[in-house]
Design a protein around this ligand. Sequence first.
Ligand code: GLC
Ligand code: GLC
Length: 828
Amino acid sequence: MKFGYFDDQRREYVITQPDTPLPWINYLGCQAYFGIISNTAGGYSFYRDARLRRLTRYRYNNVPFDLGGRYIYLRDNQSNQFWSPSWQPTRHQLERYECRHGMGYSIIGSEYQGVEARTRYLVPLDENLEIWQLTVTNHRPAPAKLSVFSSVEFCLWDAQDDSANFQRNFSTGQVEIEDEVIYHKTEYRERRDHFAYFACSAKIAGFDTQREPFLGPYRGWDSPLALERGESANSVAHGWAPIASHHVKLDLKPGESKQIVFVLGYHENPKEQKFDPPDSQTVNKKSVKAVIAKYRNPASADAAFEQLRQYWDSLLRICQVETPCVHTNRMVNIWNAYQCMATFNISRSASFYESGIGRGLGFRDSNQDLLGFVHMVPSRARERILDIAATQLPSGGAYHQYQPLTKRGNNDIGGNFNDDPHWLILGVAAYLKETGDWSILEEPVPYDNEPGSEQPLYEHLQRSFQYTLARLGPHGLPLIGRADWNDCLNLNCFSDTPGQSFQTTTNKEGKVAESVFIAGLFCLAGRELAEITCRRPCPDGKEKLQSPCSSAAKLANGYLAEVARMEEAICQHGWDGEWFLRAYDDFGGKVGSKECEEGKIFIETQGFCTLAGAGLDNGMARKALASVRQLLATEHGIVLQQPAYSRYYLELGEISSYPPGYKENAGIFCHNNPWVMIGEARVGNGDSAFDYYSLINPSKREEISEIHRCEPYVYAQMIAGKDAPTYGEAKNSWLTGTAAWNYFAITQWILGIRTSYDGLEIAPVVPKSWKGFKATRKFRGVTYHVDVERVGPGNNVALTVDGVVTAGDVVAPPPEGVRQVAVKVTLS
Ligand code: GLC
Ligand code: GLC
């Protein structure tokens, strides 16, 4: 069953009924000002940091789930009836309803009793504001006398404090009202130099800025008193709950349309120019007036929309594919890339499942997010890498998370997740391969943001690698620390106190528990580091070296020797006979072994070790992948482990806290499925790789939306596993490493269009039944038009580049000035 359809031409998903199984959301903004918007206009906005600079309030854990948002009400002043054209919050039975989620905008349109309303929500590029462009059309045979009421509820900036500190917050709220603009200035009188504003393009008949007079006592957003009355209360907030609502009267002749633009924005003043006049307490509005005036004009709003459209067009054009599978095309060309922008921007901080107050940007998460983003805006990837690296600790370890606004490591969660540092190497390698910008390695970057501690980024990578070497366990495998990629495998935690955080509670020092996953990651990162080391231009000379200087070669060989030793350790102590072990616990007992009662086999090591190339030569990789197929693969994706833990294991931690089939306890944790896809591609099994890709492809799952329940246009973190009563149900959509990894797996490993230091590598491992596919990939300023034709069942590649037969599978950069290259590929 579906709740809408894809409009690929317009790059939109069109939702055709408002009561989707869960709120189906979209993101507005892609630079500094962000908003989350659901298909019924729910959601909130923030500037840079969802916790520290929250503009509008949102109540998580609300009933219904999605309540509070960018609500516009319409009122028929002849019948005194009012309704929400976005369905929520009044939930009138609309005669027509449609929500179009597009690239950075959403359009919600509906018709009720002959009145059509359509609102386009978007954040213009390079602005810290959002536009709600409302068009109301009268389809009645008679004139309509209408009222429009807008509404937002302000958050008092720090979202965490806002939801906890009422004894103070009920007394701090302040606003100003001037020229149809409502300014929200809570705490501006003291240390803040930023404020929010909500403007309206039409002459207003009234306004409200205090919540209670607008809603009326004991009433909610579904029945505001102002709507019942048909009049605002003209309230001015002093303390309590500042809101902003405009009342506009709208008389429409039969067939007539009118447009009103609302502008909600964020603005900062220089500290010394906060007030106007300077010795007053009045917000200085001089520098914000122009931008408000600009976007109140519908022509500017239209132009902003057009610019946004072109921006996304240029981003998506960098990689476009035409395969025999519509779901692949749609995800690669539109939605998966789009989701990668969201995960890059927001990491795991703000969605309908992430409250925006807890997690900031994750060290491991943001590095992985780069894999799906770096080709789109490399300059932003560069900046992100340097920010992340600055939160690395002198030990080579890392803060697990940092706040985007302050760019400081988050002390509450701290570090000691022993996989974290290696992801930085992978992130940097992806950046270097995409851009060839070796200068990034020489950028001075501090440790722990400590001025004076700056070292070239390259040194950070070396410390990442050394971090693990200094923390090896009894089998020569890496000690796990608090946890590795699987945050919930807490082998040193031993928590028996209810409510204690598995993430932050005091751990044992942990000199025994080892992670085979980190071992695989170490091998991959170590090889990348060795290659970077060899290719790194001498820092003093500008020229790129043809061959590494002897000290670099020696260093690189040293890294490779450590990788070889680690691979040896994996084969000796990390192999269980039919698959890779997962870990050793604090007692030296095996985790993820046939000897275990539950949790005998885990996906992470099968995926990551094979992806990293471990066991490719000795048959282990193939065996491990066969075990995945046999024991972990299901019709909804690959579950994380089997058998699920049926009870809590003190020595395993959070993983066994979840009921069977959910999250890390045998859920289909979509993030790691692509590792197996890549593993399958590495052993040349295109059918299997693509099968796994398709199982969790959201567009493919659209037809079972009543089971999947989350948005069919983006990946969710998890799909309930076969042990769960709700098998097949997705949860935690949008902010997940699944986005970047699937993008990376399908484009670089299955379709095989891979960035490399020497050029664009083309090594598809696609299903046998495919006759071929086409792709365009813009890479370092050159557009490659790739045309793959299958002439035999295998994965052997023969290249013809601009008509010239070329050995190998790498297309070297064309001569200076050449911008278009045609690559003909035969697969046999
Ligand atoms: C979440 C975390 C990620 C972790 C994964 C598995 O997605 O954001 O860091 O690797 O869960 O526990
Ligand atoms: C919880 C989640 C896990 C996530 C972690 C991050 O443990 O289950 O998925 O990675 O929190 O804090």
